[in-house]
Design a protein around this ligand. Structure first.
Ligand SMILES: [Zn+2]
Length: 274
């Protein structure tokens, strides 16, 4: 129960007590109309107290823990869908589905098949795709532009005691550590429009190359130079890094899948992904 729920509960208890105390006035009122009004007032007050009190007592997990409201901010003119530049770029926006570390569809993701990026980053990504195609390879994007509403959603998630995705995504950590250690950021570069999470797929089979660990696994296995990788996994990570950096993206040591195209004067955005 959070602070607001506790205050609501105290408020509804006080309202109920005042309403009951008012009933003691009943014998002192002589006019029938006055008695009727008093009884009506008491009933309304008790009803309100009951409704707000029971809402406050409902566990947060049942009412959902997303605190943010959908943003209707407009998409800036220089943000585009990279798939409008190259529709062969494959996409599986995980946060638009329940298949992600929160186990929920994330606030701000209304479409699962777009790759929204600032136009320079989008053009660079299309160039990566073109280069890979020569080797019968292509990109599979897991996340691109991420609204600030989604980052707030992650923060709310980290404060919820539910641990149902721990075994799959963060077996060795507790939720707050994911922020402290840099796996999830309070202010994500993804919100600026230049950052992508992605892997390489084989165009013949459509399957992702073996990178030695899944997207959004929070642990050492995801570090670029993690110990225990096979020669093939090391090679695949190196290939992804090589082709991305060749087109201006900067890698991230903590996560083999995360790359940032540096943008000057970029501002965090909150418009929805659609
Ligand atoms: Zn990322």
């Amino acid at each position: 129960m959070d602070g607001i729920q506790v205050l609501t509960l105290i408020g509804s208890v006080i309202l109920a007590l005042v309403a009951l105390a008012a009933l003691f006035l009943l014998p002192r009122i002589s006019r029938p109309a006055g008695k009727g009004l008093l009884v009506l007032g008491v009933l309304v007050a008790l009803g309100t107290a009951w409704t707000t009190g029971s809402q406050a007592l409902t566990p947060a997990a049942q009412t959902g823990w997303a605190l943010s409201t959908p943003s209707e901010a407009p998409r800036p003119a220089d943000f585009v869908d990279a798939r409008s530049l190259d529709k062969t770029i494959q996409v599986e926006l995980r946060y638009a589905t329940t298949n992600n570390f929160t186990g929920e569809k994330v606030d701000g993701y209304e479409s699962s098949d777009v790759v929204i990026l600032q136009e320079d980053a989008a053009a660079a990504l299309a160039a990566v795709q073109e280069e890979l195609a020569a080797s019968n390879l292509g990109l599979l994007v897991y996340d691109a532009y991420r609204p600030t509403t989604a980052v707030e959603f992650f923060q709310a998630w980290s404060q919820n005691p539910d641990d149902s995705t721990k075994a799959e995504y963060y077996p060795t950590f507790e939720k707050p550590q994911l922020f402290e250690l840099g796996y999830i950021a309070d202010h994500s570069k993804h919100s600026l429009g230049g950052t992508v999470d992605l892997t390489i797929i084989d165009l013949t089979t459509g399957s992702p190359l073996d990178m030695g660990g899944p997207f959004d696994f929070f642990g050492e296995r995801s570090h670029y130079d993690a110990e225990g990788l096979s020669a093939e996994q090391t090679e695949n990570r190196a290939l992804l890094r090589e082709v991305m950096t060749a087109h201006g993206f900067e890698p991230y040591e903590m996560e083999w899948w995360h790359f940032t195209y540096p943008l000057t004067d970029a501002v965090a955005q909150s418009f929805p992904v659609r």
